[in-house]
Design a protein around this ligand. Structure first.
Ligand code: ZN
Length: 445
């Protein structure tokens, strides 16, 4: 058993329970007790001194493209479509080695910023590039994060009216077969799973309606979740209106892409009926504030989504449109963007923390196991050190975490296993990961 004590605790449970000085008890991969004051049980335990720290649930990253860690810094002043046009030909050269190096780096950075569960949306499978999905699953196991790879796909190229060149798209039937194969090989439906697969055609302007519709049928028959990009930019909305005669959300609904087993990346450009439909159907949203800022895509209506009872989580998005790739920093970015849109009351620090934890767990269909510190849940815990220069004297620890600079981690547990200790990864050598990444990026360039 592990006992963390002497720390502030923000449980992010339904009642918003917090302890100014509390403890958390972990047995195996589960939390068995959370409470105020010191732990008084007499079992032999490993004790962690949490004085000067805040314990929160581990953060949940609901949208990423890990391979993009090898293509950071390109197309620095482009909107989404121009950015994609510059990057597609480079992405056409990736292989499983590139993806392993990039995913190791991206996941290491996520762990060091408090993330315990990450998704990845991988949709580039060049011919002869090996098995990128297996490569990133290997990387996640080495870093020690809980991982939800989303098997992406594109089958609509320039010659058929789509945005990507022929070199990066797949045949529709081949994409569906490979997606089914990924579920068979890697998806673990059991409680406490470290790997779960989702079905994830890329976007309205790179995927045919047939692939969208049959992918939804496949996911529902296999009992896995559905993920895609939607309503990210005004250009995407114009594309949908021109080609399909409707808004992106109407298009998604027509294809069977709204529902409790679906979460959508971005959802920036939504009218009132679209927000109501997402709420009524229980469709989740992965809010990616830094990426939306980098690409100048717009500000998502997060307050309106929450008021409509839409599950909203946070995502860092791919590192080619968000070079930092830190999930902890997105807590503050989400708060800032919500307030730039709706004023200072639009999102509180505690609501922002909830987006990054229980909101993300809801998007992934795992709110019963992840996203809050409660007995019976998985022991995915971030213990943030708030005693240093960056945070000293901020009386409210949740405000210190969300509004202050990126906080260092005293400890990060994933299923009770220490992945970060005293600010350093315990699982992989960060210097080697950075060297491998730089080599992969150079090769692509
Ligand atoms: Zn994305």
């Amino acid at each position: 058993m592990i006992v963390i004590e002497g720390c502030a605790v923000a449980t992010v449970d339904a009642a918003g329970t917090e302890h100014a000085d509390g403890h958390i008890v972990v047995a195996g991969d589960r939390i068995v007790a959370v409470g105020a004051g010191p732990y008084t049980g007499d079992e032999s335990v490993t004790r962690v001194d949490g004085r000067g720290c805040l314990a929160t649930p581990g953060l949940v990253n609901t949208h990423h493209h890990l391979y993009q860690w090898a293509t950071r810094g390109y197309a620095q002043q482009e909107i989404l479509f121009g950015w994609l046009r510059e990057l597609y030909p480079i992405w056409a050269r990736i292989d499983e080695g590139t993806v392993h190096a990039a995913a190791s780096a991206g996941l290491a950075q996520l762990a060091l910023s408090g993330c315990t569960t990450s998704t990845d949306h991988h949709y580039v499978f060049p011919r002869g590039g090996g098995d990128p999905l297996a490569a990133e699953i290997d990387a996640a196991a080495a870093v020690g994060l809980r991982f939800h790879p989303c098997r992406g796909s594109m089958d609509l190229s320039e010659k058929d009216g789509g945005l990507p060149p022929d070199s990066v798209v797949e045949d529709t039937d081949a994409a569906l077969t490979a997606t089914k194969d990924a579920i068979d090989r890697f998806h673990d439906p059991s409680p406490g799973a470290m790997v779960r697969v989702a079905v994830a055609p890329c976007s309205p302007f790179s995927v045919t309606p047939r692939l969208m519709r049959e992918a939804a049928e496949l996911a529902r028959s296999e009992g896995v979740r559905l993920h895609t990009h939607l309503a990210e930019t005004v250009e995407e909305e114009s594309y949908c209106r021109e080609v399909h005669g409707c808004t992106p959300v109407e298009y998604a609904e027509d294809l069977g892409w709204l529902g409790e087993n679906v979460w959508l990346a971005h959802a920036v450009h939504l009218d009132a009926p679209a927000i109501a439909r997402l709420g009524a159907t229980g469709t989740g949203v992965a809010h990616c504030p830094s990426s939306n800022g980098r690409l100048g895509a717009g500000i998502a209506p997060v307050r309106d989504l929450l008021d409509a009872r839409v599950p909203v989580g946070l995502g860092v998005d791919g590192a080619a449109s968000q070079e930092a790739g830190e999930l902890g920093a997105e807590l503050r970015q989400a708060l800032y963007l919500a307030r730039l849109r709706g004023g200072p009351a639009a999102l509180s620090a505690r609501e922002s923390l909830a987006l990054g934890t229980i909101g993300g767990a809801r998007c992934l269909g795992r709110a019963d196991e992840l996203g809050s510190l409660e007995p019976g849940k998985l022991a995915d815990i971030a213990l943030w050190h708030l005693g240093g220069l960056g945070h000293a004297g901020i009386e409210d620890p949740v405000a210190a975490l969300v509004l202050g600079p990126a906080a260092p981690l005293r400890l990060l547990l994933v299923g009770g296993r220490a992945v970060v200790q005293d600010g350093s990864l315990s699982t992989v050598d960060v210097t080697r990961v950075a060297t491998d990444l730089a080599r992969a990026a150079r090769r692509l360039r």
